[in-house]
Design a protein around this ligand. Structure first.
Ligand SMILES: CC(C)(COP(=O)(O)OP(=O)(O)OC[C@H]1O[C@@H](n2cnc3c(N)ncnc32)[C@H](O)[C@@H]1OP(=O)(O)O)[C@@H](O)C(=O)NCCC(=O)NCCS
Length: 447
């Protein structure tokens, strides 16, 4: 495969650079941790390596050094379509080079060969209780495929260290190939008649999701799928899902174990599930006003009410971003073009004007701007995918592109078992030189 050949050359180059840096500057301190950061999930501490993507607090997500609006423009697209092939994005994330159309199609064709889901996985999904959350089904289905792992099979037979990335690439292509079909199977089992379709080999990876849920006629939805999967593909490796995957993989657990773990993290309301929660919240507003848009004053009151109940405004705020998320903007542009008259989209727009100043006034959240989840569900809902507990699965399909790209590189660079040290509270106290005497602490002091 041309992609593997290209990747091999890049890997050699980067591997040598890392070894050289370690040899000559191994003792240089890259980052320090304050007590505040220690108790705040290590926010802002430079601890992890990823060349695949980077989140700039004021400029948003970059894939391979390029802001996503540029990535959207520069990647090859299917004829007559607005958004690019996911196969081209994958080649780009892996190699850092903008792919040609042939490069993109190579990945797309490889995915087509590997897209079929074994029957036993479908049976597992069908036997799960109908109340099971689609993210549980997704994580379970990925785990059920683990027996296919080339990494695991080869490791038992004495896999050479320098070949780890090659079998990780094989596993990654195998799993990502199946991701849209897995998601569609869950969709059809949970909300439809349970019939499983075969992929359409004339369609690309993203559009095939539309085909598999019987929306092949909807060209606008196919393009939305391309956009949706692209903007959700990666976000650095410090976020919960990517970090979970990298951590698990550092124990040489294969891509299937790692991605299943990632999906369990993505399922959390502070992470990927925010898209489900956001749409639920928006619909609650519309229903509360008998299906009509509230006035500005009414909406402000509703937002304050949500905050006063101790809830977060879903889709707003971010652990890193201090600006409007460019992934929000890319989807917002799609909305302006195709669903400007939709009440829900207009509500998204109103919320966009109203929430940031309110969060600023409340003074708690450091990031007050919309993130990717503030709008993604609205676009899906408009296009007829109305089952909003399913939206995080779609996030997961896209996110597996970035996660697996990171895993391939982590194995290529032979990053070791991740093992930060934990310390006791007494040890923490002993390092606080000026306030280490807690005996005088006011017993009535409650934070
Ligand atoms: C994304 C998120 C988890 C980041 O968390 P974080 O890094 O801890 O954020 P901050 O440091 O800005 O949070 C500080 C405070 O502001 C609050 N805050 C942050 N975002 C908020 C929001 N959207 N609505 C209300 N309050 C919010 C936090 O709950 C926290 O309050 P606390 O001190 O009482 O616990 C947070 O902004 C959030 O929960 N957003 C809503 C869920 C969401 O959209 N998630 C998807 C992220 S891509």
């Amino acid at each position: 495969m041309e992609l593997a050949r290209k990747l091999e050359g890049k890997i050699r180059e980067v591997y040598d650079q890392v070894r050289y840096m370690l040899a000559v500057s191994g003792e240089i301190v890259l980052s320090q941790v304050s007590l505040q950061q220690f108790f705040s999930g290590n926010r802002g501490v430079d601890l992890l390596l990823s060349d695949i993507s980077f989140v700039d607090p004021f400029d948003g997500l970059h894939y391979r050094g390029f802001p996503i609006d540029q990535v959207l423009t520069k990647l090859p697209k299917p004829k007559g379509c607005e958004f690019p092939y996911a196969g081209g994005l994958y080649a780009f994330l892996l190699t850092g080079e903008f792919p040609t159309l042939e490069d993109a199609l190579e990945v797309e064709d490889t995915w087509k060969e590997k897209a079929v889901i074994p029957d036993y996985v479908i049976e597992i999904l069908k036997t799960m209780p109908s109340t099971t959350h689609p993210m549980t089904m997704f994580s379970q289905a990925i785990l059920a495929l683990q027996g296919q792992s080339k990494f695991a099979q080869n490791y038992s037979n004495g896999l050479r260290k320098e070949d780890q990335w090659k079998v990780t690439l094989e596993d990654s292509l195998e799993l990502t190939a199946k991701a849209p079909a897995l998601a569609a199977a869950i969709y059809n089992i949970k909300y439809g008649n349970g019939k499983i379709r075969e992929i359409d080999t004339n369609l690309d990876w993203s559009a095939n999701f539309a085909h598999l849920i019987l929306k092949e006629w909807d060209l606008q939805y196919q393009d939305l799928c391309r956009l949706f999967f692209l903007v959700h593909a990666d976000q650095g490796v410090g976020n919960v899902s990517a970090h979970a995957a990298c951590l698990v993989n550092s124990a040489l657990s294969d891509v299937y174990y790692s991605c299943s773990a990632a999906m369990n993290g993505l399922a959390g309301p502070l992470h990927g599930r925010a898209n489900q929660d956001c749409l639920e919240w928006l619909l609650k507003i519309l229903h509360g006003f008998n299906g009509t848009l509230p006035s500005k004053d009414e909406l402000e009151k509703f937002v304050w009410n949500t905050l006063e109940q101790g809830k977060v405004i879903p889709g707003y705020g971010h652990a890193v971003l201090r600006c409007t998320d460019p992934r929000f903007i890319a989807q917002y542009e799609f909305g302006k073009k195709y669903l400007a008259d939709d009440d829900l989209f207009q509500l998204v727009d109103m919320v966009y004007q109203i929430v940031p100043p309110i969060l600023k006034k409340q003074g708690k959240a450091k990031g007050i701007w919309p993130n990717v989840d503030a709008i993604s569900g609205t676009l899906q809902y408009h296009c007829g995918v109305k089952q909003f507990d399913f939206y995080t699965v779609l996030f997961g399909v896209g996110r597996m592109l970035g996660i697996t790209a990171n895993l391939i590189w982590n194995r290529a660079l032979l990053l070791p078992l991740e093992r930060p040290q934990s310390i006791t509270l007494e040890m923490v106290k002993s390092r606080l030189h000026d306030t280490s005497d807690f005996s005088g602490m006011n017993p009535d002091f409650h934070y």
